[in-house]
Design a protein around this ligand. Structure first.
Ligand code: SF4
Length: 432
């Protein structure tokens, strides 16, 4: 079978032009996806668990039925005073919505991987707004592109070919020659090597460079010293001029900016630079989101609770205070007594102190395959992968919702089904 216009379930680009060929229940060919997407689609059956597994009480694992695992997960959550429901970035919006409702009923905390990637971007956006646009606008209009603290060539490999440097658009017939590419980073990356202008800044110097550029764009360049964070004033003036003379500029940034010293203040300064440039011409700003539906978790959490991540229901109302209600902080302070992890791998990313607490409390993982998080858990429930053997909704990095279609049936339940069945059991006790 050949399936066309399929959506790649890997990164926030959500490329929707993928062609997949299958023989039986095996993927034998993938066209249009990058190496990351192709690898995920081609190896979808590798390492998947055949069914739920639970601790056997002697340090090993035993097989369990879905009913038993769901019963266990519900019991663990119901017994807890303040359970943490974490992850949600590589799953469908429908499951995210159920997760929020369940967290509210349990009086727990729901958080997504946003708290360890673009959380600072959201804090900045809440303070000064978001001058955003769709990637279609960028493709068709933007003649100057800035990538700051990110390396799309390796992390979002088709971003440049679908939307920027290599993508011809309605107003750009020869994109590669007509678009100017500026890359700002602390080292020369693959993306920087093809930039028209590469600005190498000292680590931690982002805030100062933004402030210098804002001063130059405002016509107050006289206050800028000869070098700022390793960048010469001459180069800063050149960059400011390129940006001011753009017809339409698009600024993209990654965790190289959000997780550098300054954090959300960096992003706030970036947004204010974009505001400054909008006094001269048209500029927009978009965070490069990693997991394919991390943006969706922010959308779903916000329209259900008013807050985009780290939502705490333990006070019987939705409460949000990043730094206090974010997963890393809760785990490090041992403030949760059970955890449900859905479609994410904190074992590979969280500090050791957090993982030690995770291993000491009843933790249930919903994930198709064994991951670094598995050894920290007491039960794992495998599910279908959205975009492969489950259909569902995901939000692209520019906020556009996209329907992801399944093309295989491997017999696994979806995340929505498993979270829904756990939620039903929770409701039986809390709302008999
Ligand atoms: S750029 Fe991202 S969404 Fe597109 S094919 Fe590659 S991994 Fe998949």
């Amino acid at each position: 079978m050949i399936y066309t216009d399929m959506v790649c379930p890997f990164c926030g680009c959500l490329c929707d032009d993928v062609v997949i060929e299958t023989e039986g229940d095996r993927v034998v060919r993938v066209d249009n996806a990058c190496t990351l997407g192709t690898h995920k689609l081609m190896t979808t059956r590798k390492d998947r668990l055949k069914g739920p597994i639970m601790r056997d009480g002697a340090g090993g694992w035993r097989d369990a039925s879905y009913e038993e695992a769901i019963e266990y997960a519900a019991g663990v959550l119901l017994d807890a005073d303040r359970p943490l429901l974490y992850g949600w970035s590589s799953t469908q919006g429908e499951a995210q919505g159920l997760g929020v409702s369940m967290a509210e009923l349990l009086g727990g905390v729901i958080d997504s991987t946003t708290s360890v990637c673009h959380g600072p971007s959201i804090l900045a956006i809440q303070e000064v707004g978001h001058p955003g646009c769709t990637l279609g606008q960028v493709k068709n209009r933007a003649d100057v592109i800035v990538y700051w603290g990110c390396n799309p060539t390796e992390a979002h490999p088709r971003h440049m070919s679908r939307y920027t440097t290599y993508a011809d658009g309605f107003f750009l017939q020869n994109s590669f020659r007509e678009r100017k590419l500026i890359v700002v980073d602390i080292r020369k990356t693959e993306t920087a090597s093809i930039a028209d202008e590469f600005v190498q800044i000292k680590p931690g110097g982002d805030y100062a460079v933004f402030s210098a550029l804002r001063a130059i764009v405002r016509g107050r360049g006289a206050v800028v010293p000869p070098t700022v964070a390793g960048v010469t004033k001459e180069q800063l003036e050149k960059i400011a001029e390129i940006c001011k003379s753009a017809k339409f500029g698009a600024f993209f940034f990654g965790v190289g900016l959000t997780m550098a010293p300054g954090r959300y203040k960096n992003v706030r300064n970036a947004i204010e630079l974009v505001d400054e440039l909008n006094r001269h011409t048209k500029w927009t700003l978009t965070p490069l989101r990693g997991h394919y539906n991390v943006y969706g978790s922010n959308e779903v959490f916000t329209w259900m609770t008013g807050y985009p991540y780290a939502v705490d229901f333990s006070r019987q109302i939705a409460f949000y205070n990043p730094g206090e209600t974010t997963s890393v902080d809760i785990l490090a302070r041992k403030e949760c007594d059970a955890c449900l992890i859905v479609a994410s791998d904190p074992g590979a990313h969280f500090p050791r102190k957090c993982l030690e607490h995770l291993a000491s409390i009843p933790t249930v993982l919903i994930d198709p395959a064994q991951t670094v998080t598995t050894p920290l858990c007491r039960c794992q429930i495998p599910t279908a992968v959205t975009g492969i053997d489950a259909s569902g909704t995901a939000y692209r990095m520019d906020g556009v919702p996209i329907h992801m279609k399944a093309f295989l049936d491997l017999g696994y339940p979806t995340d929505t089904e498993i979270v829904g069945r756990i939620f039903e059991k929770v409701k039986e006790v809390r709302h008999p």
